[in-house]
Design a binder for this molecule. Structure first.
Ligand SMILES: NC(=O)c1ccc[n+]([C@@H]2O[C@H](COP(=O)([O-])OP(=O)(O)OC[C@H]3O[C@@H](n4cnc5c(N)ncnc54)[C@H](O)[C@@H]3O)[C@@H](O)[C@H]2O)c1
Ligand SMILES: O=C(O)CC[C@@H](O)C(=O)O
Length: 526
């Protein structure tokens, strides 16, 4: 019989499902070293946010087939390490949506009416009605950052309370925002106009310290911030200073840069701040939902069936997967690349399956292209199962075309993304069995393998331009690993594709476009 370790408190409904197919050990509060010592005995690990599943733990889990996260965020799991080891990571994308949204709304109202401090005051024998005069949310402006599942539910309830709704989410269409009664605006405008700001975004390199001293300075002195998303999206030191100095009115936080919250300025801010210990998902209903959702997937995987919400491995039949695997990687890489070249919100993605890929069984490549395209917005939360739905919700039109007559390579894939900032295209193929090569960018032929950090320029093909770009990058200490120019005619327009060793430092793109002859420059991280 298989063995499952449950290392965080999970609802009994989930344990009952696991027990149908496995021996279940519940051992909560383990120290990392203790977990490393025992994990080698288990086929599956089921966690909530308490257990940090590091690469070391994954390495020690020599029998592990699946890690189940009873919740949404998989940021406490080293997903790339699990993927490398062929371990499926599953989550429950929707099981706690309502719980988290209601917690954010409760925090907003509690903060406005000083409920936690007024409660403590009465319980300590006082009857102080002056200190706790609050503010109404009716007719106030709520700025929602991240209009996904939780942000959308917050929006619909807040609308019913008579609030005006502004939202910032670069990956959501105006139509979708309008459907839920929100006006999409730029982040700066949201910061300037909102009376309440609520965060519902994942923590990514782009969102880390999104709320910092500079952005706090743009807010109204009466503004209040609610974070029930992820710790680290707010710079806590800057927030504490802003509240102390009266630059904003207050904050309600459920999540922290480091959890459990240790010594912190935040604790000393009195009734202007509410702190809860990561309770967003802590309702009986949500805990039953996520426990069942994830336990069912663990059971299925242990029985050799696919998982429905795998964040790292496609829920496709193993035979199709085996055959298409290298092309799936190609499609994801091209999707991620073209999405970054397109920059803004993508409205249409055209996927052209060429050569031997122009068959019906290549359909999963369209999903893989979308998964790549949505990676910048959703990170590990987009998978082969939900990529189509996520794209639909974002109003992305997907056009699939086939051309069996293209024979430059056995099979190749061309993606064209049209968005708010223009149209870009990339084509790629496999060299040998599985080596990915970019064969065309924006209609210019090239032949380069993609690398982690790349720079693309659109420029005029003229003497000296390569040297000037090289010197400029050198002056910023950027090391070029490889470089290739693609052109259609001599001294016409051309594309340069450079692989660089590190991400480009801030500000350098603007300098690059000042080089005479260079019209555009794009940096991507794959
Ligand atoms: N406090 C809790 O206990 C709790 C419970 C559940 C979820 N969460 C967290 O809440 C957050 C939202 O969850 P969800 O289920 O709504 O996710 P979701 O994927 O449905 O929505 C996230 C939204 O953020 C948008 N987004 C991504 N990057 C962005 C950026 N840089 N700027 C603006 N928008 C951006 C995406 O387009 C998407 O629409 C996640 O961080 C999740 O981990 C916390
Ligand atoms: O496990 C929890 O209680 C928190 C879950 C929440 O942060 C999530 O991302 O789903």
């Amino acid at each position: 019989m298989s063995k499952v370790l449950v290392s965080d408190p999970i609802d009994q409904a989930g344990i009952d499902i696991l027990s149908q197919v496995a021996t279940v050990d519940i051992k909560t509060g383990l120290k990392p070293a203790e977990l490393i010592e025992i994990i080698g005995d288990y086929d599956a690990l089921m966690i909530r946010s308490g257990t940090r599943v590091t690469e070391e733990i994954i390495e020690a889990g020599t029998q592990l087939k699946i890690i189940g996260r009873a919740g949404v965020g998989v940021d406490n799991v080293d997903v790339p390490a699990a993927t490398r080891k062929g371990i499926v990571v599953v989550n429950s994308p929707e099981g706690n949506t309502i719980a988290a949204a209601e917690h954010a709304l409760a925090m907003m109202l509690a903060l406005s009416r000083h409920i936690p401090d007024a409660n403590v005051s009465v319980k300590s024998g006082e009857w102080d009605r002056k200190t706790f005069v609050g503010a109404e949310v009716y007719k106030k402006t709520l700025g929602i950052v991240g209009l996904g599942k939780i942000g959308s539910h917050v929006a619909s309830v807040a609308k019913a309370m008579g609030m005006k709704l502004l939202a910032y989410d670069p990956f959501i269409s105006n139509e979708r925002a309008e459907q839920i009664g929100c006006q999409l605006v730029e982040l700066d405008l949201l910061f300037q106009q909102a009376d309440y700001i609520t965060l519902h975004i994942p923590k990514t390199p782009e969102t880390t310290h999104l709320i910092n001293a500079a952005t706090l300075a743009k807010m109204k002195p009466t503004a209040r911030i609610i974070n029930c998303a992820r710790g680290g999206i707010i710079d806590e030191a800057a927030l504490a200073a802003a509240i102390k100095e009266g630059k904003i009115a207050g904050a309600a936080l459920d999540v922290f840069e480091s959890e459990p919250l240790g010594e912190s300025e935040l604790r000393s801010l009195g009734k202007d701040i509410i702190l809860t210990p990561h309770l967003g998902a802590s309702t009986t209903e949500a805990q039953v939902n996520v426990a069942i959702d994830v336990a069912e997937q663990i059971r299925d995987v242990l029985l050799g069936l696919p998982a429905r919400s795998a964040v790292n491995i496609p829920g496709l039949g193993p035979d199709v997967l085996e055959e298409l695997k290298p092309y799936m990687q190609l499609a994801e890489t091209l999707g991620n690349l073209v999405g970054q070249l397109a920059g803004g919100r993508v409205e249409t993605l055209t996927v052209r399956l060429q050569g031997e890929l122009a068959t019906n069984k290549s359909q999963p490549l369209v999903v893989a292209s979308l998964k790549g395209l949505l990676y910048q917005a959703l990170r590990e939360r987009v998978n082969y199962v939900n990529a189509n739905i996520e794209a639909k919700e974002r109003g992305i039109r997907v056009i699939e075309t086939r051309d069996a007559s293209v024979r430059d390579y056995a099979g190749s894939l061309r993606l064209e993304a049209t968005g708010t900032l223009g149209t870009h295209s990339v084509t790629g193929a496999l060299l040998g069995e599985k080596e990915i090569h970019l064969t065309d960018v924006d209609g210019f032929p090239i032949n380069v393998p993609p690398s982690k950090h790349m720079l693309f320029t659109l420029h005029r093909d003229m003497p000296g331009i390569i040297g000037k770009l090289g010197s400029l990058l050198g002056s910023f200490n950027v090391n070029i690993a490889s470089m290739q120019v693609g052109r259609k005619i001599v001294r016409g327009d051309a594309v340069m594709a450079l692989s660089i060793d590190d991400p480009l430092p801030d500000g350098i793109l603007a300098e690059i476009t000042k080089v005479p002859g260079i019209r555009d420059a794009y940096t991507v991280t794959l």
